[in-house]
Design a binder for this molecule. Structure first.
Ligand code: NDP
Ligand code: MG
Length: 381
């Protein structure tokens, strides 16, 4: 039995994680969870899963829940509450499905408490991958990827010796605007950007997929998770999202992991690794019916954010922190209707250009750079 703390339970990954817990009551028990502002769903999760601890984002929501639940469950709020969820004493496994670099501190604290971490929250690895990986190594904690590309690579690497890796090949669907030219992106709307062809996901990552920043963040995520230099991480456009990613070995052999686009598969694998469980509701892949798979070279001028991410990742130090914070602020502004789609890239590039990189930043430096970058982006809007 695994006792789980779930950060971001009310989100896209969060609710799919709950699905897996619901369907396997003998394997998993939800002990603690955090939510953002979705109180209705928070109430439903409490009533269905009867956890011991819950945290919400805002104090006012905490007051409401506290009055309603009258001492039957421990409640907290804010960033402290997120950390309390992550380190909850009766949990052994943390699923980090919260959105954004707010997930960094809770992850580091959970690692110190030697929890197993299933990580979906890629912003945490992008903003401070060196701190997370170092803490995981020091505490001998397993960091299991949930992101489908990284789960695919992780699955391909089972039984392999890492020294034989030639390259990692991440696949990219191309997002909502893959068939548009850059000029055609000038007037695209939020609604159009939120319409992903293959995956149903939270709003921020759907915009990240449309700008291709999602793949950029994933390149940096892969660098940290698998300890591979940036020049050995490739991206290929693959519109069907059937091959979730690949590993190329020195002898020219390539291993791939395939499946229908369903995030419950990588979430469940992170929870059952090294074992597997049935997932009866998952659609089976019918290759004969699909017939053809397509692959295409990435165009770095068209998908400018991917280029920015490679540059920031290779520069290292605080550059990925700036990339991530500028992206989070810019995407929020786009979703709020304050900037156009193409201004997302511009704001990120501006933020990177003015930043003097600091090597080997500690947690305080990361937090300061994150905050300062968001303020800079807001000042430009
Ligand atoms: P969602 O927006 O659907 O969910 C985010 C979750 O985090 C919600 O529970 C939300 O609460 C909560 N939340 C947001 N901001 C805060 C905050 N400041 N403090 C506390 N809680 C907060 O996102 P996704 O599930 O799509 O993505 C989550 C993470 O997983 C991201 O890092 C994303 O990149 C990654 N990921 C997602 C994939 C997907 O298929 N969705 C695939 C691979 C990776 P509420 O809704 O209650 O306000
Ligand atoms: Mg992904």
């Amino acid at each position: 039995m695994k006792n789980i703390s779930l950060l971001g339970a009310t989100g896209s990954i969060g609710t799919q994680t709950l699905d897996i817990i619901r369907n396997n009551p003998e394997q998993f028990k939800l002990k603690a969870f955090s939510a953002g502002r979705n109180l209705d769903l928070t109430r439903k999760i409490i009533s269905e899963f009867q956890p011991e601890f819950v945290s919400v984002q805002k104090k006012e929501d905490y007051e409401i829940l506290k009055a309603e639940l009258a001492g039957n469950i421990n409640i907290s709020y804010g960033e402290d509450g997120l950390t309390e969820t992550a380190v909850y004493a009766h949990s052994d496994t943390v699923v980090n499905a919260v959105l954004g670099s707010v997930g960094l501190y809770p992850t580091l604290q959970a690692i110190k408490e030697r929890k197993t971490i299933a990580i979906a929250n890629k912003e945490t690895l992008v903003t401070a991958g060196h701190l997370v990986m170092q803490a995981a190594k020091e505490n001998q904690v397993a960091l299991l990827p949930v992101d489908s590309e990284h789960s695919a690579i992780f699955q391909c690497l089972q039984g392999e010796n890492e020294k034989n890796i030639e390259s990692l090949i991440l696949t990219a669907s191309g997002g909502s605007f893959r068939d548009k030219t850059r000029a055609e992106l000038t007037n695209v709307t939020v609604k159009e950007a939120l319409n992903h062809p293959n995956w149903s996901m939270g709003a921020k990552i759907t915009i990240d997929s449309a700008t291709m920043m999602n793949k950029g963040l994933e390149v940096i995520e892969a660098h940290w998770l698998f300890n591979i230099p940036f020049d050995k991480i490739k991206v290929v456009q693959h519109r069907e999202s059937i091959i979730h990613s690949m590993v190329e070995f020195h002898d020219s052999s390539i291993k791939a992991q395939l499946g229908t686009p369903d995030m419950r598969v990588p979430i469940q694998y992170a929870l059952t690794y090294p074992d597997r469980l049935e997932l009866p509701s998952a659609e089976k892949l019918n290759l004969a019916q699909i017939g053809k798979l397509h692959f295409k070279e990435m165009d770095f001028d068209r998908f400018y954010c991917l280029k920015l991410a490679y540059e920031a990742g290779s520069a290292g130090g605080t550059m990925p922190t700036v990339l991530n914070a500028a992206n989070e602020a810019a995407v929020t502004a786009f979703l709020d209707g304050k900037i156009t789609f193409l201004q997302i890239d511009e704001l990120i590039e501006n933020s990177l250009e003015r930043h003097n990189v600091m090597k080997h930043p500690d947690l305080e430096t990361i937090k300061a750079v994150d905050k300062e970058t968001r303020e800079y982006v807001h000042s430009l809007i």
